[in-house]
Design a protein around this ligand. Structure first.
Ligand SMILES: [Zn+2]
Length: 298
């Protein structure tokens, strides 16, 4: 009789007595600022987390207009994960107006930040996830945050994080080998915004951005003309546009230089589920062969 009444009860203590962990019944509600971090949280947390991404798939994390549903998600959250390095300029005010006062994990904490010159001013480059060794740092930070919020699942979360770091390491080695198949002098790519600085530094590719460091600043006619001259002088044939940016600029530059714009690559946002880059590691599996193929034409 006693056991039956406990099983019918829904209190966490009753679940523990019945041999079920609390997390089997209730997933930890986590809010991530954008889709790449949301995927990392899912990879590490598995069934123990329910993740909401504020910026949706194919969305631009530099510029975001929060929705009423974002406030509701934050109000219900037990953990918030953001990139930091100045990517989400819009998030602090959003968190404040939601009333959320719980832990905030800065996934990029501990990475070596790159500086970039954007339209004459030095800025921190936020795209640290494009170096897979940084992806491992992100994973440790997110795992620490999940474990602090859900200590009962610490063993499982640590094992899943270790497994994910292993898969990130394999993707890093694969990416390195693929890029090294291209002669160093040919490793030049033009993209629609400067999202691949960390990728370029890690894997030895020189990226030029049409749009500068973020997607908010429109380049001037003079900057575009200078870029066109530079591309002609350097004979860059590999031009790519990211899924979340306006393709017009890169297409105009490609037209004037005779370069060919390749298929969309993914930098700041994943594709919808089932699309070509619906996970962080899937993004590399999609982008790297496209980069390699295009650089062969340089
Ligand atoms: Zn970006």
């Amino acid at each position: 009789m006693l056991r039956r009444s406990l099983l019918l009860s829904t209190s966490p203590a009753a679940f523990a007595l019945a041999g079920l962990s609390a997390s089997a019944a209730t997933k930890l509600p986590v809010v991530a600022s954008f889709s790449i971090l949301a995927d990392m949280v899912r990879q590490i947390g598995g069934d123990s987390v329910a993740v909401t991404s504020l910026v949706p798939v194919d969305g631009d994390a530099h510029e975001y207009q929060p929705k009423p549903s974002d406030l509701r998600a934050l109000k219900a959250a037990k953990l918030v994960v953001l990139n930091g390095l100045g990517l989400e300029g819009w998030i602090e005010r959003l968190i404040q107006s939601s009333g959320y006062t719980g832990p905030v994990i800065v996934a990029s904490a501990g990475v070596t930040a790159r500086r970039l010159d954007a339209h004459g001013t030095a800025q921190t480059d936020p795209h640290a996830w494009q170096d897979l060794t940084n992806g491992a740092i992100y994973t440790r930070n997110i795992a620490d945050g999940l474990i602090a919020a859900d200590p009962a699942d610490a063993t499982m979360l640590r094992a899943r994080a270790d497994d994910y770091i292993g898969r990130i390491g394999q993707a890093d080695a694969w990416t390195k080998a693929a890029i090294e198949s291209i002669p160093a002098a040919s490793r030049r790519i033009l993209t629609s915004h400067d999202a691949f600085g960390y990728f370029g530094a890690r894997y030895g590719v020189e990226f030029r951005g049409v749009q500068g460091i973020d997607t908010t600043a429109e380049p001037s006619a003079r900057e575009i003309a200078a870029l066109v001259r530079q591309i002609r002088a350097d004979d860059i044939r590999a031009v790519f546009v990211e899924n979340m940016t306006n393709p017009k600029l890169a297409q105009a530059v490609a037209r004037e230089t005779g370069a060919v714009v390749g298929p969309a690559v993914y930098s700041d946002a994943l594709s919808p589920p089932g699309g070509p880059a619906d996970t962080y590691l899937g993004m590399f599996r999609h982008n790297v062969p496209l980069f390699v193929h295009a650089m062969r034409a340089n």
